[in-house]
Write a protein that binds this ligand. Structure first.
Ligand code: GLC
Ligand code: GLC
Length: 808
């Protein structure tokens, strides 16, 4: 069942009912100010950092669901309704929510009132704009009241939800005819405030939540609105909100336009106040003046659309498959940009208070956005590398506001350093910018500790080399990519964090997945070092890729089962082999070791991918492991804590399906690759939105596996490495457009049904118009009319505009 449909022309998903199985959200804001917005106008806003600069409040786990947001109530006689249906739940005569690229548009009809709300954050300004157009389509004059309401958060979202003894005493606001300023803690150390404004003089306001709602009411029935008044309440201790009441008189056919704005202002220390206790509103008033003019609102929305047009123009395809095009041209790239901005910090599943920016997460996300915003990718790489330690290990996460490593979670995830190598190689292959390697980058952000980024890479690889276990395979540490494979944790104490506790680190547990990573990214580094004429480094790393490859072939492959083993536990016992009673096969090493071409001569990769399909494939892709663990094993950790078929214990983890898709392409298994791709690509499973439940326009982290009672149900949408890796599978695997050190490689692996494919790609500032004529003929490539040997378009042979024709 579907709850809406795609509008590819406008790059929107149109949701036709507020009753989606879960709130279906979108993200507003592409620089510092961000908002989450659901299809019923729920969600919240923050500046740069969802934990430390939370502007509006959101209650996770609340019932009824999703009733914190920016809400607009219209009171027309006895009828009170919301533009986005919630929280009043008054049935609407018409409802539509159009989620577009960084904007959302809502349309509601009730009692012959026709309302359109456009929500977005301008490119350059720190505010969310809600433009409301109301038309009276009845034959009579109407007197209605419109209320706009937000609830403020006291900036630190964790403290806001915990520290009531203080927080219920500190709220402060200032109010004028059109604007409510939220200035809690501004009197002391905060140099920032928020404001909620409306473009016309209000007819009443409230800033005290309890007064506005009334003693026993919720946001579905605020007393002020029910009584048709406002109390002009001035909050001075707890629960600050902002509500503007506007009484509108509309003639038949008349349309009125109002602009609401939620803004955020930072002032210099010496410019905080204009007089004792009175905040400096200069910057706010400038913003207000700008967007009170509706022309500027429309201009800002047009600029935002142009921004996205430009980004997406870097990669546009036409394949004859509408759903594939939709993922490639719009939604997959859009989701990659959102993961760039949010990492794993703020979604409807990630509270924005815990995880900040992940080291490995951001390194992988980069693979999906480096082609669109290479300069930002460069900055991101430097930020990430700056939280590395001198021995090559790294903090696992950092806070976006401070860019400092997060000490709570610490380090010890032994895959982390290698992702940096992968990210930097991908950046250079895309841009050709080797100068990034000479950047001086600190360790743990300590001034004076700087070394070149190139040294950071070498140190990263050395970290694996210096941490090999009994089989000469990489030690796993607290976990590798699979956060839940905690082989040194041995936790028997409830509530203990699986990720940070090591009760029994015997330096024995090894990861074959990390072995695959080391060989893959080690080889990429070797090419890089050769390019820079660093022969000693290149020989040294090459030698170790060989050693680790040999050890993997010897100890990392299950020759009975015909696939790569996952790991050795702290007792040196196999995990993920046919000899294990449960968890006999894991997906991660199959993809990565095949991509690293480990045991290629013996055909290990081919066997591994075939057997992955044999044991792991379900309707929605390949499960992460099979069969799932049916009980808790202290020696395996969190992975066995999940019920069978969920999360790391046997769901389809969308993040590592693309590794297998890529590996299938590597083995020239085009039909299987495309088949796997389609099983969980959102556009292809839109029809089962009732089962899948999460948004049909973006990937979710997981889809419950065969062993789950909720088979097919997805969780953790939006912020997942599935976005970037699926984009790599689509662009580099299936379409085969592969950035390389010396130029663009074109090696499509197309299913039979894709006969004519065109790809427009902007690469190193040059345009490529690639057309592939796919008939099964031997591969032949022409660049600007001349035949080229092999499949590489060497950068120096390319013009500003290139026509590439491929027959295959
Ligand atoms: C989550 C984490 C990611 C991890 C994966 C598997 O998606 O963000 O870092 O690799 O789970 O455990
Ligand atoms: C939990 C989740 C996993 C995630 C990790 C992050 O273990 O299952 O997916 O990566 O938390 O800390």
């Amino acid at each position: 069942m579907k709850y809406g449909h795609f509008d590819d022309r406008n790059r929107e998903y149109i949701i036709e009912t507020p009753h989606t199985p879960l709130p279906w959200i979108n993200y507003l804001g592409v620089n510092d100010f961000h908002s989450l917005i659901s299809n019923t106008l729920g969600g919240y806003s923050f500046f740069k950092d969802a934990k430390l600069r939370r502007i509006t409040r959101y209650r996770y786990n609340n019932v009824p669901r999703d009733i914190s947001g920016r809400f607009f109530y219209i009171k027309d006689g006895e009828t009170i309704f919301n533009i986005g249906y919630l929280p009043c739940k008054t049935p609407l005569d018409y409802y539509v929510c159009r989620h577009g690229l960084s904007y959302s548009i809502f349309q509601a009809k009730k009692n012959d009132l026709d309302v359109t709300l456009t929500a977005f954050v301008p490119l350059k300004d720190s505010c969310e704009i809600n433009k409301i157009e109301i038309v009276n389509n009845s034959k009579e004059e109407k007197d209605i009241s419109l209320y706009g309401v937000v609830e403020f958060c006291l900036y630190n979202a964790v403290d806001d939800a915990n520290n009531y003894q203080r927080n219920l005493n500190i709220a402060e606001v200032e109010i004028d005819d059109t604007t409510i300023y939220h200035k809690t803690e501004y009197r002391e150390r905060r140099n920032h405030y928020a404001f909620y404004h409306v473009s016309r003089k209000h007819d009443g306001f409230d800033t005290d939540r309890n007064t506005f709602l009334g003693l026993e009411n919720g946001f579905d029935s605020p007393e002020a609105i029910q009584k048709g008044t406002s109390y002009n309440s001035v909050v001075s201790d707890c629960y600050p909100i902002a509500s503007h009441q506007l009484n509108l008189h509309l003639k038949p056919g008349e349309k009125q336009t109002l602009v609401f704005m939620l803004g955020f202002i930072e002032n210099k220390q010496e410019e905080k106040f204009v007089s004792k206790g009175i905040i400096n509103k200069k910057k706010a008033q400038e913003l207000i003046a700008k967007y009170d003019d509706v022309c500027n609102v429309d201009k800002a929305l047009a600029e935002l659309k142009e921004y996205w047009d430009n980004l997406l123009a870097h990669f546009q395809v036409s394949t004859g498959d509408e759903k594939f095009n939709r993922m490639a041209n719009i939604w997959n790239q859009y989701q990659c940009m959102v993961t760039y901005m949010m990492s794993r910090s703020a979604s409807y599943f990630e509270t924005g208070t815990g995880r900040g920016m992940g080291f490995r997460d951001s390194c992988q996300d980069l693979l999906g956005f480096v082609h669109m915003i290479p300069e930002k990718a460069r900055e991101r790489i430097i930020d990430i590398a700056s939280i590395q330690f001198e021995d090559g290990s790294t903090y696992h996460q950092y806070q976006p506001l401070t860019k400092r490593g997060n000490a709570d979670i610490g380090s010890g995830f032994n895959d982390d350093p290698l992702w940096l190598v992968g990210a930097v190689c991908a950046y250079i292959k895309e841009t050709g910018d080797y100068s990034i390697l000479e950047e001086m980058v600190p360790f743990d952000n300590k001034v004076g500790s700087e070394k070149t980024l190139y040294d950071h890479l070498l140190i990263s690889l050395n970290y694996t080399i210096h941490n090999l276990g009994p089989h000469g395979l990489p030690l796993i540490g607290r976990a590798d990519w699979n956060d839940c494979l905690n082989l040194n944790c041995f936790s028997l104490t409830d509530g203990e964090s699986f990720q940070t506790v090591e009760n029994n680190d015997t330096h024995t547990a090894e990861s074959i997945f990390i072995a695959g990573m080391f060989v893959k990214y080690g080889k990429e580094f070797v090419q890089l070092a050769q390019h820079l004429d660093k022969q000693t480094d290149s020989n040294y790393i090459l030698e170790y890729t060989k050693v680790i490859e040999e050890n993997t072939v010897k100890y990392g492959f299950d020759y009975e089962g015909g696939y790569f083993i996952r790991a050795y536990d702290a007792y040196s016992k196999e995990i993920g082999s046919s000899r294990c009673p449960e968890g006999k096969i894991f997906i991660e090493p199959q993809g990565f070791c095949t991509l690293a071409r480990i045991g290629q001569e013996q055909g290990l990769g081919k066997k591994a991918v075939q057997n992955s399909l044999k044991y792991l494939l379900n309707d929605y892709g390949c499960e992460i492991l099979y069969p799932p663990y049916s009980q808790y094993y202290p020696e395996y950790g969190e992975i066995s804590s999940y019920p069978e078929g969920t999360k790391e214990n046997g769901s389809v983890f969308n993040h590592n399906n693309p590794w297998l898709t890529l590996a299938l392409c590597e083995e020239n298994m085009a039909e299987e690759a495309f088949d796997l791709y389609k099983r969980n690509a959102p556009a292809y499973i839109e029809d089962i939105s009732d089962i899948h439940q999460t948004e049909p326009y973006v990937y979710s982290q997981m889809i419950a596996g065969r062993a789950s009672k909720q088979y097919g149900r997805a969780k953790n949408s939006w912020l997942t490495g599935s976005a970037s890796w699926s984009f790599v599978a689509l662009s580099e695997g299936i379409l085969g457009v592969i950035p390389d050190y010396d130029g663009l490689r074109i090696r499509p692996c197309l299913p039979k049904e894709m006969k004519e494919v065109t790809i427009d790609r902007l690469y190193r500032k040059k345009k490529f118009h690639i057309s592939v004529h796919h008939t099964g003929a031997p591969y032949k490539m022409k660049l600007n009319g001349k035949e080229v040997e092999g499949n590489l378009l060497r950068a120096e042979q390319c013009l500003d505009d290139n026509i590439v024709e491929i027959d295959m």
